[in-house]
Design a binder for this molecule. Structure first.
Ligand code: KG4
Ligand code: ZN
Length: 337
């Protein structure tokens, strides 16, 4: 059985082909980072327009790279929630149209379920496991019992972790997305903790990053590096202060993740593995910290390749494939959320 996955929930246009026995055959992504760079974040209207421009060619490329024709596809799996409405509509309408015209099965996939199982595209991850999902839009901890069988243990009460990276970068005049540049600056001062930013409550599985962002902001104000009235940052991108703030922030986020995993393990001692997924899982420092933490508990640790950490359609096709095996098809009333 062949599944075509389509993902257009945010600022990536992606398609992938998954074979039920051979695994992933192709995965193509067009990223809109350049389009939104000057705005310090994603502009919804620009995002949906770009989705519309790219969807045909990205799907055609995924079919070509998999060496299959649209006629060979059995199932169309598409992200229908959650995301930006305009962006989601492009993929969902496109998927419904080809499913109807070509008489294919249709499956709506939850983007977050895609991330939760993204480590299983390349690895045989044992169940039950804990999955930490951290991206620009979401930060949650899941107890995963099997394919399609998972429960939210905790989630962010305000900003997502990636959003905090992006907002702190913006404060310091650093380009969007903030994660990669903050990691690079932190590396220059050896990932040390200079400013001891607040870690939050230890015995709680929910996350909160807006307090951390405010702590960084007021630290910059106190150090005369940021003017609250004019909203301007006085330092150069490469200053020692920038590096120290980036590094202290990064170490703080890694500590918070470790604390949550530690508490979740104390409540769920039967856990057999830990996975770390989503755009923030591109961060090598955090990944290595969590790998060491898992090893200290005798647990295997899995994180997808970078291309499957950030938004992609391989994870949507993967989820579509196991849903199709259970005959969990959608009808043409499938809508976005
Ligand atoms: O999963 P993703 O591509 O899109 C969403 O679904 O949100 O994640 C994008 C987020 C951005 O906030 C970006 O700053 C963050 O992932 N990110 C990183 C790194 N690379 C990307 N955060 C920390 N360190 C990185 N190296
Ligand atoms: Zn995502």
């Amino acid at each position: 059985m062949l599944t075509l996955g389509i993902e257009t929930s945010y600022d990536e246009t992606a398609a992938a082909v998954y074979h039920s026995t051979q695994g992933l055959l192709s995965s193509t992504v067009f990223s809109q980072i350049e389009l939104h760079k000057n705005f310090g974040g994603v502009v919804p209207e620009l995002a949906s327009r770009s989705q519309l421009e790219k969807i045909n060619s990205i799907v055609a490329l995924a079919l070509e790279q998999a060496n299959v024709l649209l006629d060979d596809i059995d199932v169309i799996a598409v992200t229908n929630k959650p995301g930006l409405p305009g962006s989601l509509l492009v993929g969902t309408c496109f998927a419904k149209a080809i499913a109807w015209a070509k008489n294919k099965k249709l499956i709506g996939v939850n983007h977050l379920e895609g991330h939760v199982f993204s480590a299983s595209i390349e690895h045989n991850v044992p169940f039950d496991h804990l999955c930490l999902t951290a991206s620009g839009g979401h930060t949650s901890l899941y107890l995963v019992r099997g394919l399609g069988d998972y429960e939210v243990l905790g989630e962010t009460q305000d900003d997502a972790a990636g959003e905090a990276f992006d907002k702190i970068a913006k404060l310091m005049n650093l380009p969007y997305p903030g994660g990669p540049i903050i990691e690079r600056l932190a590396q220059e001062v050896d990932f040390q903790d200079f400013y001891d930013y607040p870690r939050g409550k230890k015995k709680n599985l929910n996350f909160s990053f807006s307090g951390l962002k405010t702590a960084v902001l007021y630290d910059l104000v106190k150090k005369n590096a940021y003017d609250l009235k004019t909203k301007t940052f006085a330092e150069q991108q490469n200053s020692e202060l920038c590096k120290k703030v980036a590094s202290s922030f990064l170490v703080c986020v890694a500590d918070i993740f470790e604390q949550k995993l530690e508490y979740a393990l104390s409540l769920n001692p039967h856990i057999k593995a830990i996975t770390f997924v989503g755009g923030v899982a591109c961060n090598n420092y955090i990944k290595e910290r969590l790998r060491k933490f898992a090893a200290s508990r005798g647990l295997p640790f899995f994180s997808p390749s970078r291309e499957f950490c950030t938004d992609n359609a391989a994870m949507i096709a993967f989820v579509g494939n196991y849903k199709a095996q259970q005959k969990l098809f959608s009808d043409f009333t499938l809508d976005i959320r």
